[in-house]
Ligand binder design. Structure first.
Ligand code: ZN
Length: 501
């Protein structure tokens, strides 16, 4: 019996016995950072002859069967797969359905398709549209713009660049800052160095738009790919348009690459630095042993499930001042004060949700659920053993110092990241649970099938800190002329909130 061929737009939810022909545009791995980077599934982005984009997933245990077939750009016929509703969060296509491999899925490489299938497809959004999508976590759009500047932070002990901030000029002189961490930052630098000249047009796929401190960012995710100039047709058109407009051609005559080194200090040097140093926003690395947990400071707070800021209790609901939402969804989040010693001196470092989840391998919500009772009971309970069990371990901490650290009120250092092995090269990782076998419930209770993003892990500190401390390197993307103002703008509310805490 011949299997009839249909278009993606004809798909209906359920098992599909018809055949579709598609091109695999991109694929990337979804890893679980809470389980040591274990591979969970592979995300696939397909397009068909009618330019319908669809999100596909294949669970890691099914990969073997299909061997090496997932090469990007290749044509495929596929039948016997499951069609489901597309994920609600971090959408990589606008199509309402998604594809999942099951045990009976036939997936074959084609040398040619019946009708031509596009070999690239992007979901570019205007600056205005990106602003509207910012902080919603609903879509991972693509980005195109003209390269204005590049800044990066790095450290000798950790391979590669830690963070690369690429400022892109968009339409009407509006700009956006593309923020790439770890492996992504490293790849960007490698590509940039090998490009043989400074690119003018940058395309970045599957970015997560965020507004931080009033500025629009596009955070890289595991699905982010970078293309320069004429590597894509879209880039080529943009490039030609810039050339004919004559716009911006004189604006960026030089390669603008600024790198700031993140230094390593001992605890005693840190303590000294905040007394004698100039107030500033700066990152340091510090390796030390966790000698105790400040139990009287508790272990968690009740945060907004959307923005992670501390919630205010109303009569029958929680209010999130940051989201201006009087009915915010509450979720338990870590805030733990850790005593750290490296033999030189002691200090108290404060760790927030994402980093604590990483080293305990449990989300605060999961720990709270195990305890049972109300949020208040959980918050008031003893520091759970998943945390106290960590005492005695040695970690490398990345600390973000703000102006507040240099004031007489200073007592603790805020941790932006924790590295379990100082020599490890951080890689972009997914943070989530599950695979293509069912809907996934993450710790916030959101249902999402596919991607959460690398930036969720890497950028978490600014989201999880109820004190609103800016994330690693947030200053470094700011052009020199505005750096000073920016510092003042960011540090003032931080200090105020900290005092009232
Ligand atoms: Zn909120």
């Amino acid at each position: 019996m011949a299997i009839s061929r249909i278009l993606l737009s004809d798909l209906k939810a359920g098992r599909c016995s018809n055949k579709v022909e598609m091109r695999l545009l991109r694929s990337w791995k979804a890893r679980n950072v809470k389980k040591g980077g274990e591979l969970m599934w592979i995300d696939l982005l397909f397009v068909d002859e009618k330019s319908t984009l669809i999100h596909g997933t294949i669970n890691s245990h099914r990969l073997k069967k299909y061997g090496d077939q997932f090469s990007e750009g290749s044509l495929h016929s596929m039948s016997g797969f499951d069609v489901t509703r597309s994920p609600n969060n971090f959408k990589i296509s606008d199509f309402p359905l998604a594809i999942r491999f099951n045990d009976h899925t036939a997936f074959e490489l084609l040398t040619d398709s019946v009708n031509p299938i596009p070999d690239e497809m992007f979901r570019f959004r205007t600056h205005q549209q990106l602003l509207a999508l910012a902080n919603t976590g609903t879509h991972l759009p693509d980005l195109i713009g003209e390269l204005a500047s590049i800044r990066s932070t790095f450290n000798d002990n950790l391979q590669g660049n830690q963070r690369v901030m690429v400022t892109l000029q968009m339409e009407g002189d509006l700009s956006i800052c593309l923020s790439l961490f770890d492996g992504l930052g490293y790849d960007f630098h490698k590509k940039f160095t090998n490009f043989g000249g400074e690119p003018r047009v940058v395309v970045a796929t599957c970015v997560n738009p965020k507004i931080v401190g009033g500025r629009l960012f596009a955070n890289g995710t595991s699905g982010t790919r970078i293309y320069f100039d004429k590597e894509t047709s879209a880039g080529l058109s943009y490039y030609e348009k810039l050339a004919t407009d004559g716009s911006g051609s004189e604006k960026n005559p030089t390669k603008m690459l600024h790198a700031q080194k993140v230094e390593t200090l001992t605890v005693s040097e840190l303590n000294e630095y905040v007394i004698t140093g100039e107030p500033q926003i700066i990152d340091f690395l510090c390796t030390g042993k966790l000698t105790g947990v400040q139990a009287e400071k508790g272990w968690c707070y009740i945060g907004c499930a959307r923005c992670a800021k501390k919630l205010l209790r109303g009569e029958s609901s929680f209010t999130c001042p940051a989201c201006a939402n009087p009915n915010a969804v509450a979720s338990l989040r870590y805030r733990v004060e850790l005593s750290i010693s490296d033999g030189t001196e002691e200090a108290v470092f404060v760790a927030f949700d994402e980093e604590m989840s990483k080293i305990t391998k449990f989300s605060a919500s999961a720990v709270g659920e195990l305890m049972g009772g109300s949020f208040d009971d959980q918050q008031a309970s003893d520091v759970p053993t998943v945390i106290t069990d960590l005492v005695g371990n040695t970690y490398t901490f990345q600390l973000k110092l703000t102006d507040f650290n240099f004031s007489p009120k200073h007592q603790t250092f805020t941790i932006s990241r924790i590295f379990t092995d100082r020599r490890e090269a951080p890689i972009p990782v997914f943070d989530g649970e599950g695979g293509d076998d069912g809907s996934i419930t993450n710790s916030q209770g959101d249902i999402s099938l596919g991607s959460t993003s690398a930036e969720v892990v890497n950028n978490n500190e600014k989201e999880t800190s109820p004190l609103g401390v800016p994330a690693l390197g947030e200053l470094q993307q700011v052009d020199k002329c505005t750096t000073k103002d920016r510092k003042l703008e960011m540090s003032e509310p931080t200090a105020k909130k900290a005092r009232s805490d």
